[in-house]
Write a protein that binds this ligand. Structure first.
Ligand SMILES: NC(=O)c1ccc[n+]([C@@H]2O[C@H](COP(=O)([O-])OP(=O)(O)OC[C@H]3O[C@@H](n4cnc5c(N)ncnc54)[C@H](OP(=O)(O)O)[C@@H]3O)[C@@H](O)[C@H]2O)c1
Length: 337
């Protein structure tokens, strides 16, 4: 199966590493032979119909932050849209940075790929947070499969657990901790008594938070994931504009101490059921959602199975790349039907 990989950062490189390391096993176990025929970053593209040499591409990117070191297969200035239109492939993997105001450049890439009848795997939350119903319709119209497991929960199979393993149950509401950065900060504040500024600096030093942490601490990243989960699992047609969002920047040490005195913890919780909101809430220390550090947790309130909570790492290059691989295997299996 021929793939174009758009975005060669943390997730894109992790995916290339996994494909390179596991090719024999993927073929043996799933009949899947992924061939990455194009890799695009912000400056250009490496294109090779026989498959880009992945170890060389990874080395070039690590050594010089550029795919230029690949020599003849590199085309400086070739854009993702050029690649999507001109390079023969069955699947486009979209892994460029998430933009939550316009959704670009990912939204344009996803639309172009679907119009060219390519299946799409998107780890970028922006296009889905802003235009998920329209993209699902466009995929149906063009007869392509649209997968986006990595947008919620990193490698933790939040979306597919709810969709595939809870068939026959009604899901009445969803509640979850959907952002590892905020959870790390709140955990640090409560367990070590450090204030928010110091906890955020530590999160940035450890690579858990971006240099610009606004989308995380203002609750927007959680809101995106809530929208994607709700639309996929509950069949709503929301965008991020429909979510009432309060981030964690107003949480004080007094709030944390006051919650602790009642055996509770302050957590940034996304909720959809009676409306959709993201806000700091207190939950009992014994509640299954009371996970620490960068973990994510999500509870589906179902009938008749009751509350089901899934806990896992919400981000990370390799973890998220594993979800891309899951999506790819599913596309392969749909092909084979
Ligand atoms: N990292 C995680 O743990 C994680 C988890 C879940 C979801 N995600 C989502 O996955 C996506 C990728 O994340 P990441 O951590 O891999 O980001 P990243 O390390 O910043 O990598 C982004 C890549 O996109 C490339 N890029 C930027 N603009 C482009 C354009 N116009 N055309 C083509 N390529 C372009 C960049 O090029 P240069 O290399 O030239 O800068 C870079 O290679 C994001 O949307 C993120 O929200 C990430």
């Amino acid at each position: 199966m021929r793939l174009a990989l758009i975005g060669f950062g943390v997730v894109g490189q992790s995916f290339a590493e996994i494909v390179s390391a596991q090719s024999a096993e993927l073929s043996r176990t799933y009949g899947l032979r992924p061939r990455i025929v194009a890799i695009v970053d912000s400056k250009g593209a490496a294109v090779s119909p026989g498959g880009v040499d992945l170890p060389s591409a990874l080395r070039a990117k690590k050594d010089s932050r550029s795919l230029g070191g690949l020599g003849g297969v590199y085309r400086e200035g070739m854009s993702a849209i050029d690649v999507i239109r001109e390079v023969d492939c069955e699947v486009v993997v979209e892994a460029t940075p998430s933009d939550l105001t316009k959704g670009e450049p990912g939204l344009g890439h996803v639309r172009a790929a679907m119009k060219e009848a390519r299946h799409v795997i998107c780890v970028n939350k922006g296009p889905l947070a802003l235009a998920m119903p329209a993209l699902i319709e466009l995929a149906g119209h063009n007869g392509v499969i649209f997968k986006f497991s990595g947008t919620v929960g990193g490698g933790t199979p939040v979306l597919d657990l709810a969709k595939k393993c809870l068939e026959g149950c009604t899901i009445d509401s969803i509640r979850g901790i959907l952002n590892g950065t905020c959870n790390y900060i709140l955990t640090k504040m409560s367990s070590e008594g450090v204030d928010m500024k110091d906890a955020l600096s530590e999160a940035q030093r450890l690579g858990y938070a971006e240099a610009d942490p606004t989308a995380d601490v203002e609750g927007l990243d959680s809101a995106c994931k809530l929208v994607i989960t709700s639309n996929y699992v509950l069949g709503t047609s929301m965008s991020i504009r429909d979510v009432d969002v309060t981030g964690i920047t107003g949480v004080t040490m007094e709030d944390i101490s006051s919650a602790a005195s009642e055996d509770k913890a302050v957590k940034l919780i996304g909720h959809v059921g009676d409306g959709a909101r993201v806000a700091p809430e207190t939950i009992p220390l014994t509640h299954p959602l009371n996970v620490s550090g960068t973990f994510n947790a999500i509870t589906f309130d179902t009938d008749p199975a009751g509350e089901i909570t899934l806990v896992g790492k919400g981000a990370g290059g390799r973890e998220t790349a594993s979800s891309v691989l899951r999506d790819l295997i599913e596309i392969r299996q749909d092909f084979a039907k």
